[in-house]
Design a protein around this ligand. Structure first.
Ligand code: FES
Length: 554
């Protein structure tokens, strides 16, 4: 398969001016629809900053104290004294503005991408999108099939997630016969080891396209599995593959996640995978949008013991609402006619995950249908099933049909037990010395102390755990008793250093250490406490994207 570089999108900029009559403003921080500005006691504007939250573009709201703003989506907090967030090491840039005749003028630029006309390909004779499972779609243009994020066989996320829509019995054949596979990021509901190891046995020469991060967090895993035809894409570059144009965009929220644009003739689509504010929402308009929607596809907050159940429920509800707002943002940014809620078809099926299963609140497809119906424009929300085929004609009319197929497997307890047994048996090789070596070789440097202890499936602690000091000149990992581990954590001074306590089910913990699998993968098998109670972003990033699989740490 030949990838031809075709160039980049054109950028269309619209300048919107926001004006404020300063006679109506008060001394201190003022809020406009899109900005905050500070008026000093002499009536001069000191600074202007955007209200867009740098996490995922929620809108920061001024608090009563006049000194803080809070983002309603996930609760980030911003201080006007420092012009920085208080929960993360990040500050805001001041905006340009002008004042004339007591009128404050701020220019607001909105950008979108436009596919150059010269790049458009021929109109295809056939264009269809088959829902395979979760985030796996098979996009067929004439006789070329591009397949996204194949999670088809077995569980994901270290046996925590199981298909809620079990794929059809032809799903693996569709994968094996695809022409190109897109992998958005290295979480196993997108880069699925079970599925890809079957593909590797069958066809190591399968071409893959994926985001070209420096960490090679996708490419390294694929290469270690034996695949040879790997194409790390430059973000925003347009490539032609047969009669299809494709481009990969990067998630805008610090996560290593990506999305895929495709177009053929007059039809175009965007798959966002789990990305938030893909390319900072500077995107092309498309006809078809497949986007995540559940708002609960993370172990936070239910696996974090610093919160009461009521607090967890509130955080979860806020996340679910925020996910709907993100779907709305994507629709506003790309103006699609057809919206497919995808990447949200998993369940926590194991008996020991009852607490998570009973408590986690998620958006349903009906919630997204309602949202789409309530928005302006003539839009259609497509509800997937295990063998849904959406066909689009030259005039972009949609016809849907179901392939009548059997399920690929029966999701019952014996099916699930097979996978648990494999992991349990692998744990026979558990060695404390290898855990110590794993941490000591991690080359992770942070003002953080990790306390980690293996447990049984119900989080009953074993007698021996590990304290790992990532702030020492070389990482120091020590084997300690359960009593010392707990005491050291409780007594630790959290004003100068951060402390992270993880109870981890032993088998998935060992698999993660022994095979250097991403930590993001086994987080459902953890119960976590933090002092202070903040997100240790660089720790999770390092152990999920950099220190994985291959021997070298990049
Ligand atoms: S906290 Fe602002 S968008 Fe997440």
């Amino acid at each position: 398969l030949i990838f031809e570089e075709k160039g980049r999108f054109e950028i269309e900029t619209t300048v919107l001016k926001e004006t404020v009559d300063l006679q109506t403003a008060k001394s201190g921080v003022n809020e406009t629809p899109n900005y905050f500005f500070f008026l000093d006691s002499k009536g001069f504007v000191e600074w202007v900053i955007s209200r867009a939250c740098d996490h995922r573009y929620g809108k920061l709201a001024l608090q009563r104290d006049g000194e803080h703003a809070i983002c309603p989506r996930h609760g980030w907090s911003f201080s006007f004294t420092k012009l920085c967030y208080t929960n993360i090491d990040l500050c805001k840039k001041k905006q340009e503005f002008e004042v004339e005749d007591n009128i404050l003028r701020i220019n607001h630029c909105s950008e979108k991408l436009v596919l150059p006309n010269s790049l458009r390909t021929e109109q295809p004779r056939e264009l269809k999108i088959r829902f395979i499972s979760h985030a796996c779609l098979a996009i067929t243009v004439d006789n070329v099939t591009l397949l996204s994020d194949p999670w088809i066989a077995g569980p994901a996320v270290r046996n925590s997630w199981w298909h809620s829509l079990v794929p059809s019995d032809d799903a693996l054949d569709i994968l094996f016969n695809a022409d190109l596979v897109f992998i958005s990021h290295n979480h196993s509901d997108h880069l699925n080891y079970e599925t890809l190891s079957l593909l590797a046995k069958n066809r190591k020469s399968m071409p893959f396209i994926f985001p070209g991060w420096e960490s090679e967090s996708v490419g390294r895993v694929l290469s270690e599995m034996g695949f040879t035809d790997l194409f790390p894409a430059t973000f925003g570059e347009i490539y032609q593959v047969s009669n299809i144009l494709v481009s990969v965009f990067e998630s805008g929220d610090f996560k290593e996640d990506g999305g895929l644009y495709f177009s053929s003739g007059n039809f175009s689509g965007l798959l966002t995978a789990d990305s938030a504010i893909l390319n900072k929402l500077v995107l092309p308009e498309v006809d078809f949008l497949a986007t995540g929607f559940v708002g609960s596809a993370s172990a936070f907050p239910w696996c974090f013991d610093n919160f009461t159940d009521n607090e967890k429920r509130r955080i979860n509800m806020r996340g679910v609402w925020a996910a709907r707002e993100e779907v709305r943002d994507y629709i506003n940014a790309t103006n699609p006619k057809f919206i497919l809620p995808y990447a949200g078809y998993s369940t926590l099926n194991l008996p020991y995950d009852k607490y998570l299963r009973d408590n986690t609140i998620s958006n349903s497809v009906s919630d997204i249908k309602r949202l789409v119906d309530d928005m302006d424009g003539d839009r259609v929300c497509i509800e997937p099933s295990s063998s849904l085929v959406a066909e689009f004609d030259r005039k972009k009319n949609l016809r849907t049909r179901e392939e009548s197929r059997q399920k690929l497997y029966q999701l019952d307890s014996s099916f699930m037990q097979r996978f648990l047994d494999v992991e349990e048996n692998e744990c026979d090789s558990y060695k404390e010395s290898e855990v110590v070596k794993y941490f000591e070789e991690s080359r992770y440097d942070d003002n953080l102390v990790l306390y980690v202890i293996p447990t049984d499936i119900h989080f009953l602690e074993e007698s021996i755990g590990f304290i790992v000091d990532f702030g020492a000149p070389a990482v120091e990992a020590n084997i300690v008793s359960r009593e010392i581990l707990n005491k050291e954590y409780e007594m630790a001074d959290d004003t100068a250093r951060r402390h992270l306590f993880i109870k981890a089910r032993k088998s998935p913990f060992w698999k993660t250490i022994h095979e250097k699998r991403p930590w993001g993968e086994f987080i459902y098998h953890c119960r976590i406490r933090r002092r202070p109670n903040i997100y240790n972003a660089s720790f999770w990033e390092h152990f999920s994207n950099s220190y994985i699989m291959a021997n070298d740490v990049l």
